[in-house]
Design a protein around this ligand. Structure first.
Ligand SMILES: [Cu+2]
Length: 69
């Protein structure tokens, strides 16, 4: 069952950040879809709760070099 969560990533500022964060989230097994909104600095992620968790996704973003709120 896929769920959708919004993660705030305040340090994203350009298309490079968008690409880095998108790739980091996509690399997490179980993630179905990733949308980055640079204006609101939010990442909307759809994922399979039986395969991953919000915490694991936040961890992947943090490991790519961006602080997660
Ligand atoms: Cu950037």
């Amino acid at each position: 069952m896929a769920t959708e969560q919004v993660i705030s990533v305040p340090d994203m500022s350009c298309s490079h950040c968008e690409a880095t964060v998108t790739q980091a989230v996509r690399s997490v097994a179980g993630v179905v879809d990733v949308q980055v909104d640079l204006e609101s600095k939010k990442v909307t992620v759809k994922f399979d709760e039986s395969k991953t968790s919000l915490e694991a996704i936040k961890q992947a973003i943090a490991e790519s070099g961006y602080d997660v709120e």
